[in-house]
Ligand binder design. Structure first.
Ligand code: PLP
Length: 311
């Protein structure tokens, strides 16, 4: 589905009409993928639209930029970016919520593999967006396979960042999975440990204990991942970070994916083998239900995770 238009796009501090928000065909990021971005969600709540974990996302964007000089020279603080995002949501009038896509790219001017002479350019777009893997998937789960592509290695492209070009790796795995009849791909690290989905972190449940791969196995440090770990621990559940291998996914009782896009989506099958009963398990449901309440501002304990746009 094409991106539904909003009114304005924020470019370097200016609010530009959606249809006029253009970059030149020789913008170097288009050619080399040298840029960083974030994906953030804003939800409709009883107090109007609220952005989930806004500051941590803005901080991660700037951390990603530090991996890719001169993108770190963009003259904005995390709070400055957060304020710009709130302003844009207000201007675009997304009362029922939206998806937010900030990106820092190399501006038009220079061209070549040396990015250092380029000027960074900051762009923020917002648009209305529904569920990523489908409404139904939040209940009945998704079908996944192990990708034949490995997650980018620590000395290939830093997996700790969210760089535009690294998503070739995720997209190759996603296309492979979709063409093979699955919803999502699970990627292994160079060492053969489970890393994550193409745009989601992964968790399994075994004998009531929740496990997720450590960041040293290459998954992105997901903000949903940290939120879900905190929710699970607050619910009295044990959560451990440990290496996982393929067979852990075949044999576990429950498994789920987390991410800004996927929220908390159960895994129903792995390469056709049912995970547990083949549908959302009880631990997954418990954590998911608190997470879904938290993002809508219904859990007092997590109220600091939301930035209310109209306040
Ligand atoms: C590769 C990858 N893993 C995991 C995630 C989940 O991270 P978050 O929960 O911060 O959206 C994302 C999404 O940004 C991602 O692109």
């Amino acid at each position: 589905m094409p991106v539904p238009k909003a009114d304005k796009i924020w470019i370097d501090g200016e609010l530009v009409d959606w249809d006029d928000a253009r970059i030149h065909v020789l913008t170097p990021t288009l050619h080399y993928g040298y840029g960083v971005f974030e994906g953030i969600r804003c939800y409709g709540t009883d107090r109007g639209p609220a952005v989930f974990q806004l500051l941590p996302h803005a901080q991660r964007l700037l951390r990603s930029a530090r991996l890719y000089p001169p993108l770190d020279e963009a003259p904005y603080s995390a709070q400055g970016l957060a304020d710009a995002i709130v302003e844009l949501i207000r201007v675009n009038g997304h009362e029922a919520g939206c998806y937010i896509r900030p990106t820092i790219i190399l501006g038009y001017g220079e061209m070549g593999l040396n990015p250092l002479p380029s000027e960074p350019q900051v762009i923020i777009a917002t648009w209305e967006w529904g569920t990523y893997l489908g409404e139904e998937a939040l209940v009945s789960g998704v079908k996944v396979m192990f990708s034949s592509y490995r997650r980018i290695g620590k000395n290939t492209i830093p997996p700790a960042g969210k760089a535009n070009g690294q998503y070739l790796n995720s997209s190759l795995a996603k296309v492979e999975a979709i063409r093979a009849g699955y919803d999502e791909a699970i990627m292994l690290s160079e060492d053969g440990y489970v890393a994550e989905g193409t745009g989601e972190n992964i968790f399994i449940v075994r004998d009531g204990v929740i496990s997720t791969p450590p960041l040293s196995d290459g998954p992105l440090g997901g903000i949903t991942r940290s939120s879900v770990i905190q929710i699970a621990r607050d619910l009295g559940l044990e959560v451990v970070e440990e290496h996982l291998v393929r067979s852990d996914l075949y044999l576990c009782d429950e498994a789920f994916l987390t991410g800004t896009a996927a929220e908390l989506t159960p895994i129903a099958t792995v390469e056709g083998r049912k995970v547990g009963s083949g549908t959302r398990g009880p631990v997954t449901e418990k954590v998911q239900s608190t997470f879904m309440d938290a993002i809508r501002g219904k859990v007092d304990r997590y109220k600091d995770w939301l930035t209310y746009v109209n306040d």
